[in-house]
Design a protein around this ligand. Sequence first.
Ligand SMILES: Cc1ncc(COP(=O)(O)O)c(C=O)c1O
Length: 399
Amino acid sequence: MRTTGMDDQADRDTPGGRPPNPLTRCTLEDLRRRTSAKWRAYDPDVLPLWVAEMDVPVAEPVAEAVQEALRRGDTGYPAGPDEYADALDGFARRRWDWEFPASRTALVPDVMLGVVEMLKLVTSPGDAVVVNAPVYTPFYQFVTHMDRRVVEAPLDAAGRLDPATLESAFTRATGGGRRAAYLLCSPHNPTGTVHTADELAQVAALAGAFGVRVVADEIHAPLVLPGARHVPYLSVPGGETGFSLMSASKAWNLAGLKAALAVAGSGAAEELAALPEEVSHGPSHVGIIAHAAALRHATGWLDSLLAGLADNRALLAELLARHLPEVRCIPGEGTFLAWLDCRGLGLGDDPAAAFLERGRVALNSGPAFGTGGAGHARLNLATSPEILREAVRRMASAV
Ligand SMILES: Cc1ncc(COP(=O)(O)O)c(C=O)c1O
């Protein structure tokens, strides 16, 4: 049954006004005490702006929910998808004017394992999966690991979906009458592109014409800057046969508390119902409690974060103009990532290697994002303005 009243409307973190910008709450000393990948992969003199973790404290309503669960000893197995589905459905109604029934959802351990499971439902080994290069590196890794072929449909020069390129990729992917899927990243990592309703409807029409099944990774959906709007893929005409993977892990920095939700469109519900029961054993029960608390009660925190990210995007543009005017950056409207075209710096295919070696600042290497990645680097904006300033200063010193 759907939760109503308080839970659906409430931001427990807003009664006294909007919480402070979470990006300004952690000192470098605090952050260096962290033991996660971002802070442990490099030597301590390196400033890490690479993997998609954020330099924020946990939102108070999330911390409270987890502490309360620990006090109850509520550390067993998840009871089913309803709790997560209800919290996400409430968030989707308020933010995107879109809703879905819990009956069309399934718990998955995280977004990438959810992507793998959806791809298994609609393709067989040897079939193709279309991706929009440059794209999140694990799209290549997970797809090839499950014995599917990656077919690239590169974004255009403005970082947008290109229907003609997609059509040609769908033609190649379905050659010989094979089944094929399209793994859409919405919003897009690394460019931060927020796809419009028209673009997504075009995608859906094209996929429908070719019989290509769409799996939309919407992990960055809550991370759309003020002024832009995320359009859920399943809400566009023709999107009904698709699947969406969503999670609170990116927007509230909860990757260490594993949980995510797969949602099927009305035309894919039967396939989702065939998902093997054991897939639901992967997500963490405490993770689900944390994610549900974030979606229900920490949207004021999210709004403060989004305002901070908008400021950081503007600051980055200013810093690049001043210190590295040869670097071009498409001003993305979503995610907390910035995709830097460094080809004007003459640092070769992998400018991140030079930034690391000479500037002691860690970004992600562009070539790992596939076609279009050479000469580029991905920078994580989810940090304090001070760290961002220091990072660009270090990058400039490496040139
Ligand atoms: C587009 C995209 N999908 C999936 C993930 C990983 O999500 P998860 O840890 O839930 O698998 C990320 C992490 O940065 C991402 O950017």
